[in-house]
Design a protein around this ligand. Structure first.
Ligand code: ADP
Length: 445
């Protein structure tokens, strides 16, 4: 065996990240997930609801009709293809639409219907006859703000009297002009300018304040401070709503500062399991040898859709080139691509236009490509110090929930060290990883 140490100390080309990069990373993941997602995420966990007033009845709805929405909005909801409220919406919508307004902190993984929920709440609370901003929503980045704006436009399609303004960089207006749009969506810095310096918005007239993607927001200290400053300017009766995909302590502390007397809704992320996965390893001597082994199993793995993970961009590029030379049609997801390019690659893969997606860990992190049933670890996942990374291993190959399809994972082992790492995965998850002889594939078929 070759001493495969050389690449063990490399991280995914990205090295250690600054806060700003980390935030950008999360914002990118979030945006990609939005661009890719066509359906609401299925989650079999129970929603946890903590009411500010435990004595008040807990309402949940199973249909949109029960919410007594304006007919124009109900029409918009159905036009978007929503038949019934998602799990989180069942509880969140009645709370957000209640009179008097209630504050809410809601956490659930991306794709569970949070955006749709607060957009519906904003649209419901607007009085279109009043020509000033009444709902204010802040998002961590320009792109995320635009994405949410699109949802507002879609859902409000049959409610054209309601207008939307984007408080994002590049939007130039003359000082002192008042904004007539009833809903404003933007990034914290520009929104703050619009409220304080330019006085386009009178914060005292805001009835609904939404802070979206709080976990991404607070990754930047500046955004956190700006959000708090905006919140302080609002009137006491303003409804405050905060959403987050994750709920670390830091998010929680921030949420409590910006949302007084909140109701709280939480939906735990569905656990991932290795129960429905067959795991194998292949013994190789070198990168080239791994490539040959991959070619041997290529026919078997491309019956389904496969994702191949490499440790570095360089390896991913190399592998994509080699496979293409062999005449295979593969997709490459690379850190050099801009978000739209990445989204397009994933979209094509999801549509089955390419059967194989080659990527690095950093690039694929946080992206759920549900129908992938074969995962090849061309390089085993490692943390940035070159040690086993159980969480990433599980996330790459694991499946969620009871509906998870059966899957296949093949790990390429090319050194003593990578064998040791494989063994730690085997021990940690207490699941056997069997040896696969790529010259005899009866095993995996
Ligand atoms: P989140 O904000 O939690 O990431 P979104 O509100 O963006 O989730 O919803 C994720 C996807 O599910 C979007 O494509 C959205 O259009 C869709 N969606 C949201 N609510 C429903 C619903 N009640 N029924 C069907 N699809 C929905």
């Amino acid at each position: 065996m070759e001493a495969g140490d050389a690449n063990l100390h490399q991280t995914d080309d990205d090295g250690d990240k600054s806060d700003e990069e980390e935030k950008e990373d999360r914002a990118t993941q979030s945006l990609l997930n939005k661009l890719i997602r066509s359906n609401v995420v299925n989650n079999t966990n129970q929603v946890e609801v903590l009411q500010r007033d435990p004595n008040s009845p807990l309402y949940s709805v199973k249909t949109f009709e029960e919410l007594r929405l304006k007919p124009q909005l109900l029409k918009g909801v159905y036009e978007m293809g929503f038949n019934r409220p998602s799990k989180i919406q069942e509880n969140a919508l009645p709370m957000m639409l209640a009179e008097p307004p209630q504050n809410l902190i809601a956490q659930s993984q991306s794709g569970t219907g949070k955006t749709a929920a607060f957009v519906l709440a904003m649209l419901s609370h607007v009085d279109p006859s009043l020509k000033w901003p009444q709902c204010l929503c802040i998002s961590p980045t320009y792109e995320l703000a635009l994405q949410t704006g699109k949802v507002i436009e879609q859902m409000g399609k049959f409610y054209p009297e309601v207008k939307l303004a984007y408080a994002v960089r590049g939007h130039k207006m003359d000082r002192g002009v008042k904004i007539k749009e009833q809903i404003v969506i933007g990034t914290p810095g520009t929104v703050l300018d619009w409220c304080v310096k330019l006085k386009f918005i009178d914060p005292k007239k805001i009835k609904v304040f939404v802070l979206d993607e709080a976990d991404v927001m607070i990754a930047t200290q500046g955004h956190q401070d700006q959000s708090i400053r905006i919140q302080r300017m609002l009137s006491k009766g303003c409804q405050m709503l905060l959403f987050s995909a994750t709920f670390e302590d830091s998010v929680w502390k921030f949420a409590e500062r910006v949302v007084p007397d909140p109701n709280i809704i939480k939906l735990k992320r569905e656990e991932e399991t290795l129960d429905t996965i067959k795991q194998y390893y292949v013994l190789c001597n070198s990168k080239e040898d791994k490539f040959n082994a991959l070619c041997n199993i290529y026919g078997a793995i491309t019956i389904a859709q496969a994702m191949i993970f490499c440790h570095t961009r360089k390896t991913a590029n190399w592998l994509a080139g080699q496979l293409s030379k062999e005449g295979h049609q593969v997709a490459l997801l690379s850190g050099e691509m801009v978000v739209e390019q990445r989204a397009a690659v994933i979209e094509r893969f999801k549509d089955g236009k390419e059967k194989v997606l080659i990527t690095t860990n950093v690039c694929a992190r946080g992206i759920d490509v549900e129908q992938v049933s074969v995962v090849i670890n061309f390089d085993l996942p490692l943390d940035k110090d070159g040690n086993p990374d159980n969480e990433t291993y599980l996330h790459r190959i694991g499946r969620t929930g009871r509906f998870g399809k059966r899957g296949l994972a093949v790990n390429m082992v090319d050194s003593q060290r990578s064998m040791e790492i494989l063994k730690t995965y085997e021990r940690h998850f207490n699941k056997k990883i069997g040896r696969l002889d790529t010259d005899d594939l009866d095993e995996i078929e």
